[in-house]
Design a protein around this ligand. Structure first.
Ligand code: PMP
Length: 351
């Protein structure tokens, strides 16, 4: 077919499986096992569907923008809101990575980065993490077209201390450095305080993990006003009304309930610490995790085999058939009850 010659061909990102079957224990997509803050359900019950005939407000002028700005002690002009952090990151790639030089990111990282780079025609280089899954600082001190990395990293859960993050931002003043903090609330230290000092730093966070709202699709970026203006110019050149009214309204209730947020994150951290002990007892090794998942390898049994056997038991974890990581499982932290079921299944498989 002749028209196919003009098609933009891409290999899309593959999200984790969303099984339809009831009763499955889903530890494969880093969702939060707890519901969103109680205020979210209350606000959702009184949503006025009559308002849906109108276009939503521009997100930077909404109550959600004001609530986030107040929560993070920044101006609304330092905040960009998008449809999950995937939308925010995608817009950031399109806006800031516009150079002939390659964008740098780790070889083991969020597997959407190379997909965006490919679809937007951005050159890139993957920089190999060391044997402990740590970033090698020297790799990021060479000329480049921009830098992006998650902190904590995904899928490893490894946290880079803030002074190292700052070293990378400081070494790259001529390009934009994006720190993807999707998992920062589970024990990491955010790079947010550095945005006042560095006009080239963009910090991206999400409601999908620590605020239990993956289905609502809310993400945001924080940086100096000039960065945010450029990001908005590109966003408003693609699609003005990205955020739907329901997400804009319900997000506010999540941001305002600081006590619930803190308690929920602490609970996941406690379950993770317990999971580290339980997995170690069963012969797994893993880097210390600062996220809501553990990236674990068994000393005797191949990851693929454990992955398949867990699935037969209706327990879903994530496994990638990729170089360097194909003997690892990424196990999302579930409720204590779900984790107990996992340990029982592992006793059968690894025992
Ligand atoms: N960054 C990282 C590192 C992630 O693991 C994810 C989750 N898949 C995202 C960003 C995107 O999450 P969301 O679009 O749900 O905010």
């Amino acid at each position: 077919m002749k028209w196919e010659e003009n098609v933009r061909r891409v290999i899309p990102y593959t999200p984790g499986e969303q099984p339809k079957k009831a009763g499955v224990i889903k530890l494969n997509t880093n969702e939060n096992p707890y519901p969103p803050a109680p205020g979210v359900a209350k606000a959702s019950a009184v949503l006025d569907a009559g308002k849906f005939r109108l276009y939503p407000e521009f997100s930077e002028q909404t109550e959600l923008a004001k609530a986030l700005a107040a929560r993070y002690h920044i101006g609304t002009d330092q905040l960009f809101i998008g449809v999950g952090s995937d939308d925010v990151l995608s817009m950031a790639f399109l806006t800031f990575f516009h150079s002939d030089r390659p964008v740098f990111f780790p070889d083991i990282t969020y597997s959407f980065y190379d997909v965006w780079a490919d679809v937007y025609g951005i050159p890139y280089e993957r920089k190999a993490l060391d044997a402990d899954f740590q970033i090698c600082m020297a790799d990021y001190c060479q000329p480049n077209g921009g830098v992006i990395f998650p902190n904590p990293n995904a899928p490893t859960g490894v946290l880079m201390p803030l002074d190292k993050v700052e070293e990378i931002v400081a070494a790259n003043r001529d390009v934009v450095v994006i720190v993807d903090e999707a998992y920062i609330d589970f024990g990491g230290t955010s790079a947010l305080p550095l945005i006042d000092k560095y006009d080239n730093l963009l910090v991206v966070q999400t409601f999908s993990k620590s605020r239990s709202m993956a289905g609502m699709r809310i993400g945001y970026a924080m940086g100096q006003p000039a960065l945010i203006r450029y990001l908005n110019d590109v966003k408003y050149s693609v699609n003005s009304y990205t955020m739907n009214m329901a997400a804009l309204e319900l997000g506010v209730s999540a941001v305002r309930d600081e006590a619930y947020f803190g308690a929920c994150c602490r609970r996941i951290i406690e379950t993770r610490e317990r999971a580290e002990e339980e997995l170690a007892k069963r012969g797994f090794v893993f880097p210390k995790s600062y996220a809501n998942f553990i990236f674990a390898s068994h000393q005797a049994i191949p990851a693929q085999e454990i992955f398949e056997r867990l699935k037969e038991n209706d327990i879903y974890v994530r496994w990638w058939d990729k170089e360097r990581i194909n003997n690892y499982l990424r196990i999302t932290i579930g409720t204590d009850e779900q984790m107990e079921a996992l340990y029982r299944a592992l006793d059968e498989i690894c025992g």
